[in-house]
Each structure stands twice: as C-alpha cells, then as structure tokens.
Write a protein that binds this ligand. Structure first.
Ligand SMILES: CCC/C=C/C(=O)SCCNC(=O)CCNC(=O)[C@H](O)C(C)(C)COP(=O)([O-])OP(=O)([O-])OC[C@H]1O[C@@H](n2cnc3c(N)ncnc32)[C@H](O)[C@@H]1OP(=O)([O-])[O-]
Ligand SMILES: Cc1cc2nc3c(=O)[nH]c(=O)nc-3n(C[C@H](O)[C@H](O)[C@H](O)COP(=O)(O)OP(=O)(O)OC[C@H]3O[C@@H](n4cnc5c(N)ncnc54)[C@H](O)[C@@H]3O)c2cc1C
Length: 671
C-alpha cells in the first residue's frame, strides 16, 4: 500500500462520462447499503483511522517478500491493528463491535491482503468461549481474551479428518485423581492441521477432542489448552506445534499443526455450558449433542457477508476497468469501443453486481434468524435449530461457490491485466475460494441441507411451522401460468425445487426397495440431493432479495427504486436461467417462455448499462481497500500498471547479477 505518485484528481474521461450519465444519486445508494447516512459517516471515519495510519502500511508489496518476511510483516500489522481497536474501544467508540469488519471485511482485506494471523482469536476462540463456556469460564477467559493477554485459535481439523468430526482422533481422558484431562495425539493423522494463527502466533487454543471418562468415550468436546509459555512463547512440554507451509492463498494466516504427548489440563478447562464432567468423572449430557457445533453455525452465518464483500471488490475493479478499456470495434469504420459495450462483457459483470445485493440481503436476513434462534437456545428451546443449521449450510455453500466463480469470471473479464497480481484479482480469488472449503466443505454442507429437506418432505405435518420450507407444502402440483415477473420466478423456482426433492426422495426409496441400506441409497442419490439443496438455497436468496427491495422501495427515490428493481430482476432471471433444464423438467414452463426470459435478461443488461459504474461507485470502497491498478476511482489504469511494475525488485538494477553468472557464459558457449 505504498503511497502513489499518480494524480488522482485527473479522472479518466470515460469514467467521467459514465458518472455523468448515471440516472440515480449514488450517495443515496451508499447510505442505503450502509443503513443510513450516520452509519456511512461512522464507517468512513473508521476507515480513515485505520487506512491513513503509516504503521498499518506494508513496507514492501507482500508478493515480493519471502514466506517468513510475510509472516513477520503481517504479525506487526496485526498487532498494530488490534492496538488501534483497543484504543477505539477505550474511547467508547464501539471498536470491538466492529472487529469483524476490521478483520474480515473490506477494511481487513485492505490492511492485510493475504490474511491476518490473529483473526481466529476473534472469529472463533472468543465466540467459542462465549457460546460453549459456562458463566465461571466466561468470567475467567473472556476478559483476558478481549484484552489480548492471551491469543487463541480454534483447533478442530486434523490431518486425517476435517469433515467427519465424529472421527477426530485426539483424546482427552479424564483423571479423577488429579481432576485433570490428559490430551494425547495417538497417531500422525490425529495431529491438528489448519488452524489459523496456530503456527507461531497463538499461545492458547480451543482443542476439539474425544472425551473419555470412567472408561467410556462421549464424543467430541471443546477444551481450552495453553500451548506456549506466556512469557517466552516457547511451546509447553508435550506440545508439538508448527506452521503447515505455503498455500494457494491466505499465506499470512499462519495456519499450523499441533500434537499432544500426554498434556495435562485442569478439569475446568473443558467448556461446560452444554455437557459437563463432574470432579468424580461423572458425565452430564446436554439436551442436544449438536450444541457443541454452535461456533461453526456462527462462522457460516458470518461468511455469507464475507462472500458479498469479496464479490463487491471484484465487480468494482472489473466494471471500472471495462469502462476505461477500449478494444475492437462493433461497427466497422467506427472507433474502438469500451469493452463494457460488448453484451457478453455485460453478462460477465452485471449478474455479479446484482449478486452482491442478493448476498448482502441474504446475509442480513440470516444474521437476524441466527440471533433469534440463538436467543431461543439460551432459554432451552431447540425447535428451530435444525432449520437454522440447514439455512446456514446452504447459504454458506451457495454464496462462497458463486462468489468464487464470480471473482474468477471477473478476473477473466479483465483479460491479461486481470492476471497481474497488481489487479488484486488473483489474491481475492485465493481468499474467496478458501471459503468453499473451510467451515464445512460445500458439498458436505449441501448434503446437510438436503438431509433437512428430505426429512421435512417425508414428515409433511411439520412443514407449516417452518418458514424456509413452507413452500414445499403446496408447490409441487400448483398451476403457475407464465408471467414476466419476479414473483412468478420465485414460485417456479420453488416448484422446481419441490420436484427435485420429490424425485430424489423417490430414488432413495427405490434404491432401498431394491435392497440397499438407507445410507447407501442416500449416497447413490447424493448428486440429485446436492442439486436440490442448491436450488432451495437460491430460491430463498431470490425471495429475500424480492422482499427486501419491496420494503426498500418505500423509502428510496423513484430513480433508485428503479435501479434496485433492475438488479432484483436481473438476479432472478439469471438464477432461473441457470436451472433451465430442471425448470423444464419439473414445471409447465415451455421453450417459448425460456425465450422470453432470455430476452428479458438482455433487456436488463441494457437497462443497467448506463448505471453500471454508478452502482459500483455506490459501494464506496476506497482505493486502498481495492488495492488494484485496474479498479482505482480515477481510472488511471495504465499509469498504475506501469508504476506497480517498477516495484519489481528485478527492476532495481538494469543488469541482473545472474547475467554474469549464467547468461553471459551460456551466450558465449553457444557462439
Ligand atoms: C475464518 C474461518 C477459518 C476456518 C475455520 C474452520 O474451518 S474450523 C473447522 C470447521 N469444520 C467444519 O465445519 C466441519 C464440517 N463437518 C461438520 O460440521 C459435521 O461433521 C457434519 C455436519 C458434516 C456431520 O456431523 P455429524 O456426523 O455429527 O452429524 P450427522 O450428519 O450424523 O447429523 C446428525 C444430526 O446433527 C445435525 N447437525 C449437524 N451439524 C449441526 C449443527 N452445526 N447444528 C445443529 N445440528 C447439526 C444434523 O442436521 C442431524 O440432525 P438429524 O437429521 O439427525 O435431526
Ligand atoms: C484456508 C483454510 C483455513 C482453515 N482454518 C481452519 C481452522 O482455523 N481450524 C480448523 O479446525 N480447521 C480449519 N480448516 C480446515 C477446514 O475446516 C477443513 O479443511 C474442511 O472442513 C474440509 O475438511 P477436509 O479438508 O478434511 O476435506 P475432506 O472432508 O477430506 O474433503 C475432501 C472431499 O471429500 C468429500 N467428502 C467428504 N466427506 C463427504 C461426505 N460425507 N459426503 C460427500 N462427500 C464428502 C468433500 O466433498 C471433498 O470433495 C481450514 C481450511 C482451510 C482450507
């Protein structure tokens, strides 16, 4: 994030024209997205506070540092970030309330472009202590953690198991004589593998291990384990800890491995809000074994917002670039056009612009559901937990998969320059694609949602109480005459989903009838099941977008209302056309209706075209956050690409020493 010498007052003339033809007030949309003008001001002053601090700037672009230097530079910045967060907190400016944005959101990805080694402390360690610890444990650990007297991580995944957590091998065996648990890693595959910050940053961890007491295994439970001496930071006896090495992205998150050789911890370090082990070793079970999985639900919910954030950055970069880039002609003898005028280019960009809104509203909706259901859990009501679990799984899977595909499509939309790291698109892809795997691999999560859908389908008496699946009660045999409206699209997507669930259910039953076990029949049908779950998720996202826009239009100007309507329609039409085959299979839709949908999509691309730059400007993401030679507000793309190239260490000498060592002798010998 070195300071640029480029004159940002000189705005590229294409961008000037694009901004002049925008039909709505971009500031109105910014305020709407932030939740009001006051919120926009708060966000902007927070960004200024962090982004204009020289201590938070990288000394050299990350990509030119060694792996070790990257870590050292990112831990320096991470510590400075959290000092500033604490400062905000002590000034009563709600610093900690905003820690998510500072860690994972727009700001976080600007401050540390390839991940933050301390993120897990805030995103998983503290939430797990809060969600799984009893009152005494919260009193003991939370303040220490907030003050950063200790730094924690969340160590669940092992070398041998990430998905199937019931198969984890780390053991925690209770010894009533000393009132301690003994943690042990009996095999290589039982070593913890992946936790962020575990390598060299954290000194504590939540460790998920199989609990043994009174000779019986009670399944996986969370334990707080000290890993390193609080002063010397040396690993404690019996703790084998290190970093797992280079990855496709997130190379600053310091992911680690961890093994135990009979490490003893006090009984009270097992998080006991749900299940307990009494001093004599008696095991006391919680009303639901799945309450232990609470942190995963929390993070899945939060990731939907992150998917929207990454996608926003990529669409701003690709849209501004497409406005300034001229290449080829549409009509002979005319000037080269802005690539934004090619309809295929619009098709690469605009659906993803609309998707940013769809995911943002889906994330808001899911966050509200999460808060309501966790409130109910506190008072012992577990009825809505399965529905929350199913919704969080499918939203996380669909949003991360589409955002990853979107960032890659948007990178391709920038041609060769999109392949430069100075575009920031390759790094953004590295961050977003990781979301498809962590916090539950996407296929596995879709199968969790499918499990809920099939159970609901088989036990229809319960449906009317469950808002996200209520449509299954009536959709299957409904007559839905074709209509060019979003309402029609929602009903048709729901009918298609119902048809897919029904068919998958029949195929499971058929396989069972043919002699397979239910589980084998499930596995045999799992391609259909994941597809049904995916469509279910997409249809709720379209519906949430529809409900949100209908509410928002009551408070916006007519011009902005029209833009929101275009974006909603585009997302809806794009979504249904992605599933044309299934729609034709499971509904009365005809080929000629699909033609109408295709033309509608093209009309919407044309309607959005004049506002494309205005809409992405409204996301109001600062240049430091975009960190992209292609996406800066001023559009001085070529100057920035050139300036970034000068930062290559190879350009510091006109003749590199390797010439004398290798090239020169080679050239002479080949003479
Ligand atoms: C910044 C982030 C960095 C990254 C961090 C990480 O990655 S950290 C590491 C992140 N790691 C991962 O994310 C690991 C991913 N793996 C998992 O989450 C689990 O192993 C599993 C869900 C795949 C299966 O679990 P299993 O074999 O125990 O379960 P089962 O399939 O036999 O179903 C049994 C019942 O449990 C129900 N139920 C399940 N989950 C939940 C829940 N959360 N809540 C409520 N309920 C839940 C399920 O619906 C079913 O109900 P039913 O129908 O009987 O009424
Ligand atoms: C960047 C990053 C950060 C991470 N951070 C953390 C962390 O901080 N803490 C932590 O504990 N973990 C962390 N993880 C681990 C992560 O949670 C796991 O990688 C993830 O849960 C997937 O598990 P796995 O790697 O074992 O994949 P696997 O389960 O081995 O998946 C491999 C393939 O098998 C398929 N598969 C597996 N089971 C099934 C099934 N039942 N049905 C159908 N298909 C199946 C999957 O779909 C996939 O295609 C991180 C991972 C990454 C990539």
């Amino acid at each position: 994030m070195a300071v640029s010498t480029i004159n940002s007052n000189k705005i590229n003339s294409d961008l000037v024209k694009e901004r002049a033809k925008c039909t709505f007030n971009t500031v109105e949309l910014t305020h709407l997205l932030d939740g009001g003008a006051e919120k926009t001001n708060e966000r902007k002053s927070r960004e200024k506070f962090f982004l204009e601090d020289p201590e938070l700037r990288l000394k050299v672009p990350l990509e030119y540092l060694s792996h070790k230097e990257k870590y050292e530079e990112s831990i320096r910045i991470a510590c400075n970030i959290f000092k500033k967060v604490n400062q905000l907190q002590s000034e009563g400016k709600g610093g900690m309330d905003n820690f998510r944005e500072i860690l994972g959101g727009q700001l976080g990805s600007a401050l540390l472009k390839d991940g933050n080694p301390l993120t897990l402390h805030y995103v998983m360690f503290i939430p797990t202590v809060m969600g799984q610890g009893n009152i005494q444990q919260q009193a003991e650990w939370i303040q220490k953690a907030w003050n950063c007297d200790i730094i924690g991580t969340y160590a669940q995944t092992e070398l041998g198991h990430g998905t199937f957590i019931r198969g984890l091998e780390t053991t925690a065996t209770y010894d009533p004589k000393t009132e301690e648990f003994i943690l042990d890693s009996p095999t290589l595959t039982s070593y913890k593998w992946w936790p962020g910050g575990l390598g060299h940053s954290a000194n504590f961890a939540i460790v998920v291990a199989q609990l043994y007491t009174q000779g019986k295994c009670h399944g996986i439970h969370p334990f707080i384990v000290q890993l390193r001496d609080e002063k010397s930071h040396k690993p404690l006896p019996g703790i084998k800890v290190g970093e797992i090495g280079c990855k496709m992205g997130m190379n600053c998150t310091n992911n680690g491995y961890l093994g135990f050789e009979n490490v003893r911890i006090p009984r009270t370090n097992m998080l006991m809000k749900n299940n307990q082990v009494l001093p004599d070793g008696t095991y006391v079970k919680s009303p639901s074994s799945k309450l232990t999985y609470g942190t995963m639900i929390f993070v899945r919910v939060v990731l939907v917002q992150d998917a929207a954030t990454y996608l926003k950055k990529a669409v701003i970069i690709a849209t501004r670039y497409s406005a300034i880039r001229h290449q080829s002609q549409i009509n002979p003898n005319e000037a080269e056009v802005q690539i934004l005028d090619f309809v295929t280019q619009q098709y690469k960009l605009f659906p993803y612009i609309s998707m940013c809104f769809a995911f943002q509203y889906a994330a808001n909706w899911l966050w509200d559901v999460y808060n309501n259901v966790t409130g109910e859990l506190e008072s012992g009501h577990l009825d809505n937990l399965p529905e929350l679990h199913a919704a969080s799984c499918v939203f996380k899977a669909v949003s991360s998969a589409d955002a990853a595909q979107g960032v890659e499509t948007l990178r391709l939309a920038c041609g060769g320059h999109g392949y430069m790291t100075s575009s920031n698109l390759p790094q953004t892809y590295g961050l977003v694609t990781a979301m498809c795997t962590y916090e539950g691999e996407n296929t596995v999560l879709l199968l969790q949602t499918a499990r809920f859908l099939i159970k609901t389908w088989q036990n229809k008496s319960n449906i009317s109480k469950l808002p996200t699946v209520r449509y299954l009660e009536t959709s299957l045999h409904k007559n839905i005459p074709f209509e060019k409206s979003v309402k029609w699209i929602i009903s048709t997507l729901q009918q298609t989903t119902a048809g897919k669930i029904n068919l998958a259910n029949e195929h499971i039953n058929q396989r069972v009838k043919n002699g397979q076990s239910y589980e084998d029949a499930w596995n045999g049908t799992s391609i259909e099941l994941t597809a049904a779950a995916e469509l279910h998720g997409r249809s709720i996202i379209v519906e949430t977008f529809y409900n949100t826009v209908n509410n928002l239009k009551k408070q916006t100007s007519q011009q902005l209302g029209a833009v929101l309507q275009h974006l909603l329609e585009l997302y809806a039409v794009y979504t249904i056309l992605r599933s044309t085959g299934d729609v034709l299979r499971f509904t009365n839709v005809l080929g000629r209706d699909v033609d109408v949908l295709q033309l509608w999509l093209e009309e919407l691309l044309a309607a959005i075209r004049p506002n494309a730059v205005g809409i992405v400007d409204s996301f109001d993401i600062r240049d430091e956050v975009l960190s992209s030679a292609l996406g800066a507000y001023d559009g001085n793309v070529y100057e920035r690409l050139f300036e970034e190239a000068q930062k290559s260490p190879l350009n510091s000498d006109p003749v590199n020493k390797s010439f004398h060592m290798y090239l020169k002798p080679f050239l002479q010998s080949s003479l």
